[in-house]
Design a protein around this ligand. Structure first.
Ligand code: BJW
Length: 237
């Protein structure tokens, strides 16, 4: 590509796998341990809030013991150095609810499926930073009602700021997908959208994703190896 300026990167659970965070659809992954309908839908939360709050309390506690791996660190370096070039832009759109991109030092991160370290109040709809448990029904820091839920996007709910994502995609020269199975929409459709907009596309994943055929190029392997190599290539331009 001759004139590469604007890059959109989509990340999924695979980028955090080597930090010790379970993916969803692997053998033994989160969706083999729990039924999606029970823990990742508004209906499941209405039916059994203790089960859902406990599931997310456990993951919230676990994520705070994990650390960014070489893939997060390489993307943070790319973000810093690429965004410092005049008229160059980069956006990391992550489906992950962990904070490993931020802890690696990335500044331009959009959490389309929400964040584990955030609480959403179902009374006042405010979002508040949150590191502790929710199972005991603590009060909302804003309105004091005991009506907090995990600030994550469940099936049937609208991912955050789709207009920001599509705005970045429309201006992109390159769309890169890292560590996602391509099983969940609308993120799974970004590669097709990007192709239709004339954007170049690259996949970095352990194995071919469901939408692999749509990518201009696919590189297969662990993110901790593929991502630093690709970042070196981009920064050498
Ligand atoms: C490695 C690796 C290593 C491993 N290195 N790689 C058709 C069209 C549009 C929508 C729908 C549709 N049919 C149904 C829908 C609706 C539904 C949906 O997609 N259902 C599917 C089951 C088909 N989608 C929704 O409901 C979404 N909302 C919505 O559509 O609103 C309407 C709308 C319309 C139009 C525009 C916009 C909106 C909401 C989806 C919410 C998903 N929520 C979850 C839970 C979040 C909170 C939590 O974490 O608990 O998000 S589900 C779960 O899946 C989580 C993830 O972000 C998401 C994606 O998973 P991901 O990241 O891809 O993980 P895995 O495990 O699937 O894959 C890991 C990959 O990494 C694998 O490929 C491995 O090989 C690889 N890997 N180790 C590199 N070391």
């Amino acid at each position: 590509m001759s004139d590469l300026r604007n890059i959109v990167i989509l990340t999924g659970a695979g980028i955090s796998a080597e930090s010790g965070i379970d993916t969803f659809r692997a053998d033994g992954g989160l969706w083999e341990q729990h039924r999606i309908e029970d823990v990742a839908t508004p209906e499941g939360f209405a039916r059994d809030p203790d089960l859902v709050l406990g599931f997310y309390d456990q993951r919230r506690a676990a994520v705070q013991t994990k650390h960014p791996n070489p893939a997060h660190i390489a993307l943070a370096r790319l973000d810093r150095e690429w965004s410092a070039r005049p008229n160059h832009n980069l956006l990391i759109v992550t489906q992950n609810v962990d904070d490993l991109h931020e802890r690696a030092g990335a500044a331009h991160v959009h959490h389309m499926h929400g964040e584990l370290l955030s609480a959403l109040c179902t009374s006042c709809e405010m979002r508040s930073p949150w590191t502790g448990a929710m199972i005991e029904r603590p009060p909302c820091p804003m309105c004091k009602a005991p009506t907090l839920r995990p600030d994550v996007v469940w099936f049937g709910e609208m991912p955050y700021q789709m207009d920001r994502i599509y705005g970045a995609l429309r201006n992109a020269d390159l769309f890169v997908s890292i560590g996602t199975s391509g099983a969940v929409y609308p993120a799974a459709g970004f590669v097709r959208d990007a192709r239709e907009m004339g954007v170049e596309t690259l996949e970095l994943n352990l194995e071919r994703s469901e939408g692999s055929a749509w990518f201009g190029e696919s590189r297969l392997g662990p993110a901790s190896e593929l991502v630093p190599t690709w970042v070196d290539e981009v920064l050498a331009r």
